[in-house]
Design a protein around this ligand. Structure first.
Ligand code: HAM
Length: 421
């Protein structure tokens, strides 16, 4: 049996690396004062069609759709935003006194894409969504989150790119200009772009087939179509980013692959040699109409999501690893007769905050010390007949090699002191 195409298993060092990053993300979100949310992995198909948009590749070509046993049309989530917005509306979080509502999530997403380095069919995203503020200060805060996480992890090769898609009025003017510009060339474009020309000409700029063509390169760009308000929003965002000492560049080619964006859009790219084509580490932006589109009261939103797999490759390329030295105690009994006491002690130690593993197979003394060599615990606790009778435990400090007999009632205190030394 083999894993499905485009998926992967986690074990060994990869597991350690992921768990460390997850801890950093959780701690960072506490510092930013964001609340954790979780939504279902499958939702109604309609949510993604209305939410992510009917002109995006993600919805038209890449979703895992299925019917449940009662014939309902369901979809495995291809991204997190639509589900979080649905939950925000359904649970009436817009009624809270403390707006904006700042949320974060983490979990698997599914897209039926052609698998390649950095592109999977099941992948993990960490994302945030903030509701109820149109202040560009929030946009800047959102951009600072991935930047600070990458910085904290020690990643050097990153590049922040921002753009603005403006408000409805600006985008309508821009779409009109795009249509006029592309009209004479429609027949030269790919089949998808012909549809995009009708449905949403902005999507044409994101085309993977036509993007190298001269007509694409010379297309009008959005910033000259921004109205006053949109221009102001974009200017303030840049001022805040400068104040936060976050280097960025304005890149007018960034339009993003989902339909819901307004005003700010951004991506953080890996700027690492030989990283490969899937170098967008994270992306996001503002979506001031999405809550309303999905049936909620008019509420602004902004967010981003980062792919865990691309972050892991970036860390690997920069040789950054996190190895947590975590095993405090290894316990073994000299015979079957002492195993109950070992069971008792392991529980006592774990409940007092020590990490513990032990000999489960009644190995020989020599085999146990071979295991100690491999696991490298801080302490080895050896339990024989005498230890059980006197409730005095033989403890070997595996690093200093010091060996002592300690009474059970002083055990925790002793280990705490030894660890501090
Ligand atoms: P997205 O750009 O589609 O945005 O995905 C965000 C990130 O997820 C990408 O930058 C990439 O790191 C990762 N990613 C996407 N597809 C794959 C894949 N097939 N394999 C591996 N990694 C992948 C969104 O999903 C939006 N929901 C972001 C957002 C949140 N915008 C506002 N709020």
């Amino acid at each position: 049996m083999q894993k499905p195409k485009g998926t992967y298993d986690v074990y060994g060092d990869l597991g350690k690396q992921i768990q460390y990053i997850e801890k950093v993300i959780g701690a960072m979100m506490e510092k930013y004062h964001y609340e954790y949310v979780r939504t279902p992995i499958f939702e109604s198909k309609e949510l993604f069609h209305r939410g992510v948009g009917d002109s995006s590749d993600i919805v038209t070509k890449e979703t895992y759709d299925f019917q449940d046993r009662a014939g309902r049309e369901m979809t495995l989530r291809p991204e997190g935003t639509a589900g979080v917005v649905r939950s925000f509306i359904e649970n009436k979080l817009y009624g809270r006194a403390t707006l904006p509502v700042k949320t974060w999530y983490y979990g698997p997403m599914f897209r039926y894409e052609r698998p390649q380095a950095g592109r999977y069919r099941e992948f993990y995203q960490f994302g945030v969504e903030v509701f109820g503020s149109n202040d560009p200060l929030i946009d800047a805060e959102i951009i600072s989150i991935p930047v600070n996480i990458y910085r904290f992890l020690g990643l050097k090769g990153i590049k922040v790119k921002i753009n603005s898609l403006g408000d409805e009025e600006s985008r309508t003017a821009y779409k009109k200009a795009l249509k006029e510009y592309f009209k004479p060339y429609v027949n030269e474009l790919c089949e998808d772009c012909k549809v995009r020309f009708e449905k949403n000409p902005l999507r044409m700029l994101d085309c993977k087939v036509d993007h190298e063509k001269e007509i694409m390169k010379n297309a009008p760009t959005i910033l000259s179509y921004l109205n006053k308000e949109s221009e102001e929003h974009f200017k303030h965002l840049q001022d805040y980013l400068k104040a936060m000492e976050i280097p960025f560049e304005v890149d007018e080619t960034i339009v993003r692959g989902l339909d819901y964006y307004t005003h700010t859009v951004f991506e953080v790219e890996a700027d690492i040699k030989e990283f490969g084509s899937q170098k967008v580490l994270c992306g996001g932006g503002r979506y001031n109409q999405l809550v309303e589109t999905l049936g909620g009261p008019s509420t602004c939103g902004v967010g981003f999501a980062m792919g865990m797999e691309r972050l892991l490759s970036a860390l690997e390329k920069e040789n950054i690893t996190f190895k947590e030295e975590s095993l405090d105690c290894y316990l073994f009994a000299l015979s079957e007769n002492e195993k109950e006491y070992v069971a008792y002690l392991s529980n006592l130690l774990r409940m007092n905050g020590f990490s513990v593993t032990m000999d489960y197979n009644q190995k020989s003394f020599k085999a146990n010390f071979k295991q100690v060599e491999r696991l490298n615990p801080k302490f080895v606790l050896i339990i024989g007949e005498e230890e059980v009778k006197d409730k005095k435990i033989t403890i070997k400090n595996n690093h200093t090699k010091k060996e002592e007999k300690i009474k059970e009632e002083h055990l925790i205190e002793y280990l705490d002191e030894e660890i501090e030394m």
